[in-house]
Design a protein around this ligand. Structure first.
Ligand SMILES: O=CC(=O)O
Length: 333
């Protein structure tokens, strides 16, 4: 009996122990135990010799890097739902398959979106800081103190009604929000009925009418600055915007400007346009209580990360065995 040679798999970041153990069993895996982000030169050296690259959202897998790949490197199995860090077009041109890890982080991301939808109008982060910044002092209850804005009965406008947007809508409905959404196409009638959702063909018209905007679409060339300066100006001064998708869907400079001018009430951001750089202006706005900023952690649960690892493994195994991997990503057209 001949034993099949294990594929050489290069993983760019530390993964949960259970995933690394399984990868060691199945593959000739080069893991990143100390979790030091790999440099472009290290990635280029890797793709010249390995069979499979497992990058994640903190890596930049651009055309120049993909062009360095040796003829044996035929799969980029990303440990992520989003694939905007990968030039999928360049990979397709060079005959390299790209896969991602959809579905398994839908509920976690929707939970965190809901957490921001609650946290910003209800001033949760500000309130939490008051006691820790002033130990031993009680600066609590008075009738006019720390007043936020009510969530129940308001309108949410979801931009991007895919899996995550729909999961956000379910939660929002349970909190008494009425559901409005804009999407490239209308969701199926059963989902619309279940959510009692109103579809807006015109994003502009929806933005002008809702109290909370939740950005849940992927970052693609078509969604770059979808929430532009012009569209931000359509929002009501009492409205809030939450983004757990990708930073570049919102024109961040324009968002900072309208927040500083008080032309909207607040924002909750888990993602940033120039990630990993976070604008000091946003940090200042957070300190003033106008925004809640998080370090891209919406999908960060142990269960989710293990499920993502399982998906990566399934995609690699299917590909190596000559099958079409279940989560193949095609170039955006
Ligand atoms: O943002 C996280 C992901 O795309 O997996």
């Amino acid at each position: 009996m001949t034993t099949k040679k294990k594929p050489k798999v290069y993983v760019t970041r530390k993964l949960p122990d259970a995933v690394e153990t399984r990868m060691r069993e199945l593959f000739d895996a080069e893991l990143n135990i100390d979790d030091r982000p790999r440099t472009p030169a290290e990635l280029a050296a890797a793709v010249r010799t390995v069979d499979v690259l497992v990058p994640t959202v903190t890596d930049r897998i651009d055309a120049a890097l993909i062009e360095e790949a040796g003829p044996q490197m035929k799969l980029i199995a990303s440990f992520s739902n989003g694939t905007d860090h990968i030039d999928v077009e360049a990979a397709a041109r060079l005959g390299i398959t790209v896969t991602n890890t959809p579905n398994v982080l839908t509920e976690d991301t929707a939970d965190m979106t809901m957490a921001l939808i609650l946290a910003v109008p209800r001033r949760l982060a500000e309130g939490a800081r008051i006691l820790t910044d002033n130990p031993g002092e009680w600066a609590g209850w008075s009738p006019t103190w720390m007043l936020g804005r009510r969530i129940h009965g308001k309108r949410i406008g979801i931009v991007g009604m895919g899996r995550i947007g729909t999961a956000v809508a379910r939660r929002a409905k349970a909190f008494g929000l009425s559901i409005h959404y804009h999407n490239r196409k209308r969701v199926n009638p059963a989902t619309e009925d279940e959510l009692e959702a109103t579809y807006w063909d015109s994003l502009d018209q929806m933005l002008a009418r809702v109290d909370i905007v939740s950005v849940n679409c992927p970052s693609t060339p078509a969604t770059f600055h979808l929430i532009s300066a012009r569209r931000l100006a359509l929002l009501q001064p009492t409205s809030y915007i939450v983004n757990t998708a990708r930073g570049d869907v919102i024109d961040e400079t324009a968002l900072i400007k309208i927040l500083r001018e008080g032309r909207i009430a607040g924002a909750g951001l888990d993602v940033f346009e120039n990630e990993p750089a976070v604008s000091p202006k946003l940090v200042k706005l957070a300190n003033e209580g106008k925004v809640v900023i998080l370090p891209h952690m919406s999908s960060a649960t142990l269960e989710g990360r293990i499920d993502m690892g399982d998906k990566v493994i399934i995609n690699i195994r299917a590909f190596i065995d000559g099958h079409r991997p279940p989560n193949r990503v095609l170039p955006f057209r």
